[in-house]
Write a protein that binds this ligand. Structure first.
Ligand SMILES: Cc1ncc(COP(=O)(O)O)c(C=O)c1O
Length: 424
C-alpha cells in the first residue's frame, strides 16, 4: 500500500522564539579560544580565577547533607517545610510579628524565577482592580531585568504592562518620576520592585525614598511585587530586606520572590521561595492552598537538594553565622573591585564616562550595590570590547563586577579606555 500521507505540518507556523542575549553571549564566550578572555556577563559570583564561586559554608552544608543519606522520594508540593519557615525568617526577620501571627503564606519555588512565575500567575488570578472591566496593570521601573516583561505577559498580563524611568540622566534615583508613576497609575495597580542590588543598575532606593514610595503605594492601594534575588550581597541580609520589612510593617499588600541562587551560589539547584502577605491567618491558609495548586500544575513538587542545603545554612546557628560572615567578605571583595576599577578609569586612564563624557561620570560605580555596574557603554562599544579585547558583556553595558580580579582588572580597564576613546 502506498503511503499517500504527506509529512506532518502541524507546527509549520511556529516561528523561532525570541533570542536570549545572555545565552548567546555565554555561547560566544565559551567558543572563544583566547586564553585571556574575560566574562563580565551573567550575574554569577566569580572567584579570583573567574570560575563560579562556591561558598565554603555551602561545601560544609554539602558534607553534612551527604551524611543524612536522604531518599529521593517526592517531597510535599509546597516544598520543604523547615526551609519555607527559615526562608521567611531570613526575609522578614526572626521577630516578625506577621510571621508569628501566621499571616504569611510561603512556598518553596524553582528559584527566584519560579517565585516570580507563580507570584505573577497568582496575581493574575486573584488580584483585582477597582473596575471590573479593566484588569490591574503591572508597572516596572526601567531599566530592568529582561525577564519581567515576558514573564508577566506569559502570566496573562498581555496588554497591561507599563514602564517608567526610575533613574535620571546622571544615574541617580529619580524619585519624582517614581512618585508620578505611583500617583498616576490606576488604584490597585501592581508595582514590581527589586528589594536590593538592582539588576541591571545596582542603584537601590534609600530608606527615606522607600518610605515615600510606601506612603504613595498605601494611598493608592497598590500591590508591591518584590523581587529580592541578591539578599546579603549589597549590605547585610536584614539591611537588604529593609524595604520588604518596612512594607510588611505598614501592612501594604505585598508578595516577595526570594532566591538563593546568588547569596548561596546555588544557581543550578534552583532554590527559592514565594511569600504572600495576607490579612488574616485563615486567608493565609487559603492562599497557601492556592499556591500549592499552582505549584502542582506547574512543577508538581519543588526540587529537594538545593533547598536541603539552604535549610542547613539557615537552621544551624553556627553555619548561619559563617554564611553571613562569608557574605560580608564577598561584599568587601566586590567593594574593593569597584574602588580599583573606578581608580583605573578615573586616575590611571583618565577615561571619560560614555554616559557623561567626563571623567567624574564613573562615580556611579561606587554608589552601586551588589554584583552589577551599569557602565553606560553603548551596544557598539560592548561589541568592540568583545571583538577586539575578548571582554564579554551584554549589549546594555552592564558588567558583573565580580568577574574582575587582580589578574584581569587592568586589562579590562585598558580595553574600556580603548573602545571609549576610539569611539569619541
Ligand atoms: C532581578 C532578578 N530577579 C530574579 C532572578 C532569578 O534568579 P534565579 O531564578 O536564578 O533564582 C534574577 C537572576 O538573574 C535577577 O537578576
Amino acid at each position: 500500500m502506498s503511503n499517500t500521507r504527506t509529512k506532518p505540518n502541524s507546527f509549520s507556523d511556529v516561528p523561532a522564539a525570541p533570542v536570549d542575549p545572555m545565552f548567546v553571549l555565554k555561547k560566544e564566550y565559551d567558543q572563544d579560544a583566547y586564553p585571556l578572555k574575560v566574562d563580565l556577563g551573567a550575574g554569577v559570583l566569580r572567584d579570583q580565577q573567574g570560575a563560579c564561586y562556591e561558598l565554603a559554608v555551602v561545601k560544609e552544608a554539602k558534607r553534612q547533607l551527604e551524611e543524612l543519606h536522604l531518599s529521593h522520594d517526592y517531597r510535599p508540593t509546597t516544598g520543604n517545610e523547615a526551609f519555607r519557615k527559615n526562608a521567611a525568617r531570613l526575609m522578614f526577620g526572626d521577630q516578625c510579628e506577621t510571621i508569628k501571627a501566621g499571616r504569611i503564606a510561603s512556598i518553596q519555588t524553582v528559584a527566584g524565577t519560579g517565585a516570580c512565575r507563580i507570584g505573577a500567575v497568582f496575581l493574575k488570578k486573584y488580584w483585582s482592580s477597582t473596575s471590573s472591566s479593566t484588569p490591574p496593570s503591572v508597572h516596572i521601573g526601567t531599566p530592568t531585568w529582561g525577564n519581567y516583561h515576558p514573564l508577566f505577559k506569559h502570566a496573562g498580563f498581555e496588554t497591561s504592562i507599563e514602564t517608567y524611568p526610575y533613574l535620571d540622566t546622571s544615574q541617580d534615583i529619580d524619585l519624582d518620576s517614581v512618585l508620578t508613576a505611583l500617583n498616576s497609575a490606576p488604584d490597585r495597580s501592581i508595582f514590581v520592585f527589586q528589594g536590593c542590588c538592582h539588576n541591571p543598575t545596582g542603584r537601590d532606593y534609600s530608606m527615606s525614598q522607600w518610605t515615600q514610595i510606601a506612603e504613595a503605594m498605601q494611598a493608592k492601594g497598590h500591590f508591591a511585587f518584590f523581587d529580592t534575588a541578591y539578599q546579603g550581597l549589597g549590605h547585610s541580609a536584614p539591611e537588604d530586606a529593609w524595604a520588604v520589612r518596612h512594607f510588611t510593617e505598614r501592612n501594604i499588600d505585598i508578595l516577595v520572590c526570594q532566591s538563593f541562587s546568588k547569596n548561596a551560589g546555588l544557581y543550578s539547584e534552583r532554590v527559592g521561595a514565594l511569600h504572600v502577605l495576607c490579612a488574616t491567618p485563615s486567608i493565609a491558609n487559603n492562599v497557601l492552598d492556592q499556591l500549592r495548586s499552582l505549584m502542582r500544575w506547574e512543577v508538581s513538587s519543588a526540587p529537594a537538594y538545593g533547598a536541603e542545603l539552604a535549610n542547613i545554612l539557615m537552621s544551624n546557628p553556627a553555619l548561619q553565622a559563617r554564611w553571613q560572615t562569608e557574605l560580608g567578605t564577598i561584599r568587601q571583595g566586590i567593594a574593593s573591585l569597584r574602588k580599583e576599577f573606578h581608580r583605573q578609569m578615573t586616575e590611571y586612564f583618565k577615561t571619560p564616562s560614555p554616559r557623561t563624557g567626563t571623567v567624574d561620570g564613573w562615580d556611579h560605580i561606587l554608589k552601586e550595590n551588589g554584583l552589577f555596574s551599569w557602565t553606560g557603554l553603548t551596544a557598539a562599544q560592548t561589541r568592540s570590547l568583545i571583538d577586539k579585547h575578548h571582554v564579554y558583556l551584554p549589549g546594555n553595558g552592564r558588567i558583573n563586577v565580580s568577574g574582575l580580579n587582580a589578574t584581569n582588572i587592568t586589562r579590562v580597564a585598558e580595553a574600556f579606555n580603548d573602545v571609549i576613546k576610539s569611539s569619541m
